[in-house]
Design a protein around this ligand. Sequence first.
Ligand code: ZN
Length: 309
Amino acid sequence: MSDIQQTAQQLHDQFSEHLDVDVEEIEERLEQYVDEYKIPLDEARRSVESHYLDEAGIDRDELGRGGNPTVQAADVDAPDEWVDITAKVVELWEPRSDSVAQVGLLGDESGTIKFTKWAASDLDELEEGQVYRLGNVVTDEYQGRYSVKLNRTTTITELEEDIEVGNDETSVEGALVDIQSGSGLIKRCPHEDCTRVLQNGRCSEHGEVEGEFDLRIKGVLDDGEDVHEVILNEEATEALTGISLEEAKQQAMDALDTTVVADEMREMLLGQYYRVTGPTLGRYVLANEVEELSEPTDAESVLIKARSM
Ligand SMILES: [Zn+2]
């Protein structure tokens, strides 16, 4: 493809949501500038872009950057990239901050990804269950987990189609052989978008802060061959232990010690067999579901291993 053809294609992508114009027409305009008037291509591009902005009656910042790669939810693996994505709003969550208009989960055939829509971006409301083409979103990463951010330049197009949202979850199982430090009743940094777990009342980013209590388990499952690290959030931890956040706080208050909560959980859970299902985050499986197993499902391999020791 020549430079002119490539530029024409990019302009065509940029305007495809705003104008019904074909790529050949754009190419002819560019050629006229470049070949007849000897204008450099980037200048020609700006002129042609201005022409179509007028025609579409829109401002430059309403325009997609064009030429963004279209990505699948599960393929996002770097921050700060401008991309387009077609996805269904799988879930909407309660924003934790006034600067966020909407936050939730987008899904496509490949899996799911978190999205954040800033209040300042002044975009249309997304509805749960609806499929959208989102142009010009920026990827972000936090502790190994990727998300996309909708911003002022993002274009939102409602689509008629439905999407069968893929499952990017994995399942691991084995005996729970360790509940690591940082489990039980913990405190998180209250700063917007931070949520780091505090160590001795300090956030590694924000220093000394008044933490917010949370419950979680960082555990290790051993299936006889491999170990798998799993993280249970408050909901999964309560489901497994029957200990709610309020009860955990009460226990800690009675003992004047937060570590009693993790100790009780160790007592209760270590040595039991579990299957944990959920998305992976780095080396962790984030538990959406935890099932207690009566025995290792692959008892054979554990026996073989035991005999060989
Ligand atoms: Zn922090």
